[in-house]
Design a protein around this ligand. Structure first.
Ligand code: PEP
Ligand code: MG
Length: 905
């Protein structure tokens, strides 16, 4: 009968990640490629799921299958599990479908008992056997029996110092250390059984259970990994990197995961087991040092050759774990390597240019979130920097914050919005929530592949690791760097790009688009359907948006211009005017200022459309609030403060977000809309005279009825036509509206009759669809997300089922009424990748977002287009007929993706 729960490595393949997990699937693939992989088998994720679903009982038949598979491993290794003369030792390692570095458990050296220790010593030497035995004690004690790690660490520190450098211990010390470890379980009334198969059973079960440890659950939450996948368990013959100077263990990347530079990158520890590298217990040597050691040189050469082979096979940068046992190389793992944003971009481009992947694959390789990190701030080097120490540049970007030593405290203070830098000797998986909330991470120990480095890179936090120049005294709440003593709560800055640790807060400069990023985005632009515009209110923002590749402005919030120097007084005069004529006088002055603003924006956006929205917010937002301001205004206008207060009170509303705002202002005060329209077209005509190509679009906000739009349109058109008649010149007149309330979405066909374009204001549309205040939801929305009522904050991630449904309806109705209607989305969601994908599905024209998010939207739009290369819409379930705009109208050059292994896996 075929085994139900188990697959031997040589029977599996890389395609079976669901069942074998990432590690198991790739061990199988490497075995079948003929690479030197220690024999073993994978217990599938099905078995773990069965265990979790069945009240933590292992599925029946599992242990028989394990015994059978073990017999095959014994045959291949020529050793026997539990055999005193020639013992086979096993590693038991977790491996889920998605990499969860260090989050789940591993137990090494299973099968080493009092009875087999002499046999292992005979095969290697006693030094190795004792080292393996104490490692088994420690891992079994902490992982399987759940004993406190610190008890083992305290004993270890007595023998080998705080760093735990056991490679230097002599035989007597090794024996004493083992005896001390062996005594620890008894102090807790526990014992480690002396039966190897019992070890194996318990270790496998512990790995199953580690799927649900709080740290694993927290990691899955943060990475969006489903809770019901379960982990596979890989049981594999042990090979030993701790036999002596001709043995080693290490981690190697086929390219530099920080910069993306070609060439083998990694670290190696001589005379060590794999856990030492990841735990950062000793600071490893660069991998190239193997080449200089004659006993390791052949293994190094072979590793170089295998690295190239694996990268070509998987068509992506690989992260490999290896061990050299007495000069012989063994591969223990390969996986798609995590990388910084900078490296992701460089590798994608290099691999495409090397012909390993095509451009479409390159575009798909870089996550939009990585690009966002790439745009993170760097240190402003022009200021004096008080560098107090230097470590490894483990994860790029600069961050300042107050020093905190306790990860729990880092988490709490981070959650309260405080900027903290988590400073640790080294980090472990339990520190993850603190790392996640800190601005940056600084560790005294650990290399570029230590837990701190790997996790920080993964979550895009700046990190400096292996900073041996600092001495941490947690009890005293200080760390010292040479003469400098830094106390908990002091501000420091870390530069994860260079490894510098700097005293105090340091100014940063925003990262721009580097040449490689620009190249990747240019490739992305060839694939996308959606245009990407920016939300920008000033000429400077507009210019920045252009640098980031914005193809126009999708939303210019004119009210932001009203807060500028000296303007607020004019705006207040306009609002508090007692008559239309008084208001019109003020409007003349405001118009002059608006003409300047708009002209600046048109010039920055030469040749691209600019959507200018008429005044939107409730007027009271502009009025003076505190006594001082009221008094100043009263003096200026020659009024008493009481008179001013009375006028202000007249504008007070109980629910201003649903009150006198948006087009309702323009309905009541058409002279305001007229002033803004005149400013738009005067600026447009001025710019045209200078040869600038302008495409103004006037957008009326917060419409809920077609009649509102019709009336506002009339105001704008008549102003424009009068100006054109006066000057004898014209520019195109395009008038549209925002869809921000459900009624407008449901009546979009009627609205479209008066609109050249519509643009979804998803901030307000989310607010009005949920009946959920944009300004107040922060108080309770986190509870909704924590309780699983909502999957995420709908103001950040578009609510497809509700708000999205309205968008679909409005789009369909809009196109029905007016097939040439231009449709966009300009809420904050316009730069959020899943909303961009949704818009691509809908077949609308553009998204618009803040300038810094423009590159992200460009990439996300290309990836969305590549995900549905035939232009098929997710609406093709027939619910919304005709919503997807004809894709034939758009030019779309699809290049097939020849890469089978996705980076996002
Ligand atoms: C919106 O409501 O989505 C929008 C873009 O307008 P504002 O955020 O200015 O209300
Ligand atoms: Mg709005």
């Amino acid at each position: 009968m075929l085994p139900r729960w188990i697959q031997l490595f040589h029977q599996g393949s890389a395609d079976d990640r669901d069942r074998l997990g990432g590690k198991g699937a790739n061990l199988a693939e490497m075995t079948n490629l003929g690479l030197p992989v220690p024999p073993g088998f994978t217990i599938t994720t099905n078995a773990c799921r069965a265990y979790l679903e069945n009240d933590r009982c292992t599925p029946s038949g599992l242990w028989d299958e394990v015994r059978n598979a073990l017999a095959e491993v014994e045959r291949r290794t020529n050793r026997r599990f539990g055999d005193p003369a020639c013992p086979l030792l096993l590693s038991v390692r977790s491996g889920a479908k998605h990499s969860m570095p260090g989050m789940m458990d591993t137990v090494l050296n299973i099968g080493l008992t009092d009875a087999t220790l002499p046999g292992l010593a005979a095969l290697y030497d006693e030094r190795l056997a004792l080292d393996c035995a104490r490692r088994l004690q420690q891992m079994f004690g902490t992982v399987v029996l759940g004993l406190p790690a610190r008890e083992y660490e305290a004993v270890l520190a007595k023998f080998a110092g705080v760093g735990g450098q056991t490679d230097r211990l002599d035989l007597t010390a090794r024996r004493q250390l083992l005896a001390a470890f062996t005594a620890i379980p008894a102090l807790h009334g526990l014992a480690i059984p002396d039966d190897p198969f019992a070890h194996l059973e318990q270790a496998i079960t512990a790995v199953f259970a580690s799927w649900n440890t709080p740290r694993a659950v927290a990691y899955r939450r943060s990475q969006g990994i489903a809770d019901d996948l379960g982990t596979a368990v890989n049981v594999q013959a042990m090979v030993f990197g701790n036999v002596g100077a001709d043995s080693a263990t290490g981690v190697a990347f086929t390219r530099d995961p920080n910069t993306g530079a070609a060439g083998l990158f990694g670290e190696v520890l001589v005379d060590a087991q794999g856990e030492d590298v990841v735990a950062g217990i000793r600071t490893p040597q660069p991998i190239a040092s193997m080449a200089a050691e004659p006993r390791l040189r052949p293994a190094y050469d072979q590793l170089l050759e295998i690295a190239g082979r694996l990268e070509r096979h998987f068509r992506d940068m690989q992260d490999m774990e290896f061990t050299v046992e007495r000069g012989k190389l063994w591969l223990l793992q390969t996986r798609t390597g995590k990388r910084t944003a900078q490296a992701a971009i460089r590798i994608a481009i290099d691999q495409a240019e090397e012909g390993l992947i095509d451009r479409a694959a390159a575009v798909r390789r870089v996550e939009p979130a990585q690009l966002e990190r790439q745009l993170h701030p760097n240190l402003d080097e022009s200021q004096p920097l008080s560098v107090i120490a230097s470590g490894l540049p483990a994860s790029p970007g600069a961050a300042s914050g107050r020093v905190v030593f306790d990860p729990l405290e880092a988490r709490q203070r981070g959650e309260q919005g405080e900027a903290v830098i988590l400073v640790r000797r080294e980090t472990s998986a339990d520190d993850f929530p603190g790392m996640e909330r800190a601005q940056g991470i600084l560790t005294a120990r650990g290399g570029m592949t230590s837990h701190a480095a790997v996790v920080a890179r993964g979550i895009g936090k700046p990190a400096v690791t292996g900073c041996a120049e600092i001495e941490i005294d947690e009890a005293a709440g200080t760390f010292t760097a040479g003469e400098v003593v830094v106390h908990e709560g002091d501000e420091v800055t870390i530069d994860g790009s260079t490894g510098r640790v700097i005293l105090g807060h340091v100014r940063t400069i925003p990262a721009g688009l580097g040449g490689e990023t620009a190249k990747l985005l240019a490739w992305a632009d060839r694939f996308r359907h959606l245009a990407v515009r920016a939300n920008a209110d000033t000429p400077a923002d507009a210019a920045r948006a252009r640098e980031f590749g914005a193809e126009g402005i999708g939303l210019c919030r004119t009210e932001h211009m009203f807060f500028g120097d000296g303007r607020i007084d004019l705006v207040r005069d306009m609002i508090l005017a007692e008559s239309t004529s008084e208001r019109e006088q003020v409007l003349v002055a405001l118009e002059a200022l608006q003409v300047e603003d708009f002209a600046g924006i048109f010039r920055a956006m030469d040749g691209y459309p600019v959507t200018i929205r008429t005044l939107d917010p409730p007027l009271h937002e502009f009025l003076p609030r505190d006594d001082e301001e009221v008094a100043r205004f009263a003096t200026r206008r020659g009024l008493t403060t009481a008179e001013v207060r009375t006028r202000i009170d007249a504008h007070r509303e109980s629910n201003p977000m649903l009150g006198h705002r948006g087009c309702r202002l323009g309905i009541t005060f058409p002279e305001i809309t007229a002033m803004q329209a005149r400013a738009v077209y005067r600026a447009a005509l001025d710019c045209t005279a200078d040869g600038v190509i302008v495409e103004p679009e006037v957008m009326i906000p917060f419409v809920s009825d077609a009649e509102e739009l019709r009336l506002q349109r009339e105001v704008v058109v008549s102003v424009a036509e009068r100006l054109f008649a006066e000057t004898g010149r014209r520019v195109p007149v395009k008038i549209g509206t925002m869809i921000e309330v459900p009624r407008a979405a449901l009546l979009a066909d009627r609205i479209a009759a008066h609109a050249d374009f519509i643009s979804f204001g998803t901030n307000d549309l989310t607010q009005t669809t949920f009946g959920l205040s944009r300004d107040d939801s922060g108080r309770f929305l986190p509870d909704y997300v924590a309780q699983g009522i909502l999957p995420s904050d709908p103001f950040q991630t578009l609510d497809r089922s509700g708000v999205g449904r309205l968008i679909e309806i409005a789009t369909t109705l809009g196109y029905q009424a007016r097939p040439d209607l231009k449709v966009g989305l300009c809420g904050e969601h316009g730069g959020e990748p899943s909303a961009v994908a949704f818009c691509d599905d809908l077949g609308i024209d553009y998204v618009s977002c803040s300038p810094y998010r423009v590159p992200i939207a460009r990439l996300a739009a290309a990836q969305a287009a590549l995900a549905s290369p035939d232009g098929s819409s997710s609406l093709s379930d027939g619910k919304i007929e005709g919503a997807a705009k004809s894709e034939q109208e758009r030019s779309f050059a699809h290049v097939g993706d020849g890469n089978a292994i996705g980076y996002l896996d």
